[in-house]
Design a binder for this molecule. Structure first.
Ligand SMILES: [Zn+2]
Length: 204
C-alpha cells in the first residue's frame, strides 16, 4: 500500500516502513483489513516521505475492486491503517471500542480519516465472530485496542495478525524485545502468545 520512511524521533528512524492491507475472499463476505494511508496531509507526506500505491491499484492487483468489499476491518487507527476508510461509505467498518477511544486523544492519528460522513463504524468490545467462521480477536500491544482476524479455512485456521508483530519472523519468535517498549510489553507478548496458541496454519 505504501512505503514510509520513519522520521527522526521514531523508534525506527531512517528505516523503511511497509504499509500493508489484506484482502479476504472465498470465506464468505469479502473483507478488507486496513485501508492504508490517506491523501491530502502534506505534513505526514513530507515527514514520512510517503510513496504510496492507491487502494484501487492494490485491489486491482488482487483482481478486486472497492465494490467487492462487504466488510472493512481496521486493525488499529494509526494514520497508515485507516486513511482510506472514506472510500467505503455504506460499508461496515469494524473497530475495537478501546481503539476508537484512544484514537480521539491528541496526536494519535488523523482523526478525520477514521469515520468521515457515510462511514458506518461498528464498535466491538473484545473478540467477536463477524461472519460464519470469521472472528475478530482483540490483540492489544502495538496499540491499546489493536485487533487481528481469524478465518476458519478448509485447511485450518488462518490468522491475519496485522501489526500484532511487524514481521512473520517476529511473530514466530514470540516477539522482539526491540518492539516491546515500556507500557506495551505485557500485552504485546501476551497477544502473540495467544494467537500462536490457536495453532494457525497460516499467520500472521
Ligand atoms: Zn501502527
Amino acid at each position: 500500500m505504501a512505503t514510509l520512511t520513519a522520521p527522526a524521533g521514531h523508534p525506527a528512524a531512517g528505516s523503511s516502513i511497509e504499509v500493508f492491507a489484506y484482502l479476504v475472499r472465498n470465506a464468505g463476505p469479502t473483507i478488507l483489513v486496513d485501508t492504508g494511508m490517506g491523501d491530502g496531509n502534506a505534513f505526514l507526506d513530507d515527514l514520512y516521505r510517503a510513496n504510496r500505491t492507491s487502494l484501487d491499484t492494490a485491489l486491482a492487483g488482487a483482481g478486486a475492486t472497492r465494490a467487492d468489499i462487504d466488510i472493512v476491518v481496521n486493525s488499529h487507527l494509526h494514520f497508515d491503517h485507516c486513511g482510506n476508510n472514506r472510500l467505503f461509505s455504506g460499508t461496515p467498518v469494524y473497530i475495537q471500542s478501546r481503539e476508537y477511544e484512544v484514537a480521539r486523544t491528541p496526536h494519535y492519528t488523523v482523526e478525520s480519516w477514521i469515520a468521515p460522513e457515510g462511514v458506518l463504524v461498528r464498535e466491538i468490545d473484545g473478540d467477536r465472530e463477524i461472519a460464519r467462521g470469521i472472528t475478530l480477536l482483540f490483540a492489544p500491544g502495538h496499540t491499546p485496542g489493536h485487533q487481528s482476524l481469524a478465518i476458519e479455512t478448509p485447511s485450518g485456521l488462518a490468522i491475519i495478525g496485522a501489526q500484532v508483530a511487524y514481521t512473520a519472523a517476529e511473530f514466530e519468535a514470540g516477539g522482539d524485545p526491540a518492539e516491546a517498549h515500556d507500557g506495551i510489553a505485557d500485552n504485546y507478548y501476551a497477544s502473540i502468545r495467544r494467537l500462536k496458541s490457536l495453532r494457525p496454519v497460516r499467520a500472521p
